[in-house]
Design a protein around this ligand. Structure first.
Ligand code: PLP
Ligand code: COI
Length: 358
């Protein structure tokens, strides 16, 4: 088992003023975690160090062939001063699935959770207290061998950054507008769509950029073969409420198995909603919109939380959903999920991990 050493900074930086806008992922805490891997040795030298630039070879594998995986989770400050993590082991299990897909050595899930708890404990004062804000946590792994041949690296770095953040979408809980992408595809079955790896996001940027220019927040991806079945949105999974039934695309290997998605399915089922995971075509959604049966659309994700969708644009068709207002299912999902995450209501056994108290 790895040991974790801690070197604290001599120059702590000022924390954001209470109430100052935090944005998403632009401010970083005083410390970060690093651990290295070398073939024949394994993971070693786990350490918490002051946040700062790293030095690497310009021939490093991740820079050329995108051998990189990442995760996203949050630490929440409860009103009673507890600092909480939400299902952190799920993120590290998923990191290992992503790693396996692109030949990165797996990590010890328990060690990742325990070392993260140490890092968050050290940085507890960076967990913002404002409503809806949290400390976004970004673990990631990069291939870091200095060699231009295309082959999985012999050396890797695992790092964790902490970023006090507000809402991912400036809209907050107001419904967002989503553009159904017709030209480009994000993933195909057998590819890397299920893995959280940088290349998936690089290939989504052109479509997202174009959608932004047209006034849309993100794109909704269709399957990579027929451009017919719904996949996911740029940074979240997607749910539809059609004629009283909650529908979400099945996990077919081309979309991310969201931890928020999985949690929402469980919470909605426990409340008595019928939730079905299956193939959903965009034609089915459009027909439901025409017949008045499309009641709600919302996205789910760590950064996005629950994000109601007020408008879907597909080809020449504009579907306005629930008069551009949040609907009851999304509202219930949001209140219950955030209630559990911020420690206001108890969640299912084991979902919330207390790091420390302030
Ligand atoms: N889909 C994509 C492409 C994402 O980037 C994310 C965010 O992590 C999600 C879905 C939602 O996953 P999770 O709920 O685990 O954050
Ligand atoms: C997350 O929700 O954690 C994400 O990773 C989404 C995005 C910022 C890439």
């Amino acid at each position: 088992m790895n040991k974790l050493s801690i070197q604290t900074t001599e120059n702590p930086r000022p924390k954001p003023q209470p109430g100052a806008p935090l944005g998403f992922g632009t401010i970083f805490s005083d410390h970060m975690m690093i651990m290295e891997y070398d073939k024949g040795i394994g993971w070693h030298d786990a350490r918490i160090v002051p946040f700062g630039n790293i030095s690497m070879s310009p021939a490093s594998t991740c820079l050329h062939y995108a051998q990189e995986t990442f995760e996203g989770l949050k630490a929440y400050r409860a009103q009673d001063g507890r600092i909480l993590l939400f299902r952190p082991e799920e993120n590290f299990k998923r990191l290992n699935l992503s790693n396996e897909r692109i030949c990165i050595p797996t990590l010890d899930v328990d060690f990742c959770v325990e070392s993260l708890m140490e890092l968050v404990k050290l940085e507890k004062d960076w967990v913002p207290a404002e409503d809806g804000s949290s400390l976004y946590i970004r673990p990631f792994v990069i291939g870091n061998e200095s060699r231009l041949g295309v082959k999985d690296a012999d050396n890797y770095m695992y790092m964790v950054l902490l970023s006090p953040s507000g809402a991912y979408y400036p809209e907050g809980l107001k419904p967002v507008k989503i553009y159904v992408e017709e030209q480009f595809v994000r993933a195909v079955r057998g590819g890397v769509g299920f893995a959280k790896t940088g290349g998936n996001y690089a290939c989504s940027m052109l479509a997202q950029h174009t959608a932004h220019e047209k006034g849309y927040s993100q794109v909704l991806w269709l399957d990579g073969v027929e451009k017919k079945y719904i996949g996911e949105v740029g940074a979240m999974n997607i749910f539809f409420v059609i004629d009283g039934e909650v529908l979400t695309p099945e996990l077919d290997g081309s979309i991310l198995a969201g931890i928020t998605r999985k949690s929402i399915i469980e919470l909605l089922r426990a409340k008595g909603y019928q939730v079905t995971e299956r193939k959903i075509s965009i034609q089915e959604v459009a027909a439901a919109a025409d017949s008045g049966k499309l009641q709600e659309v919302f996205g789910s994700g760590t950064a996005a939380v629950i994000s109601p969708v007020g408008e879907l644009k597909w080809e020449d068709k504009v579907m306005v959903i629930n008069n551009n207002e949040i609907g009851p299912v999304a509202r219930y999902a949001y209140d219950t999920l955030t209630g559990i995450q911020w420690g206001r209501i108890p969640g299912p056994e084991g979902w919330v991990r207390e790091v420390c108290r302030i």
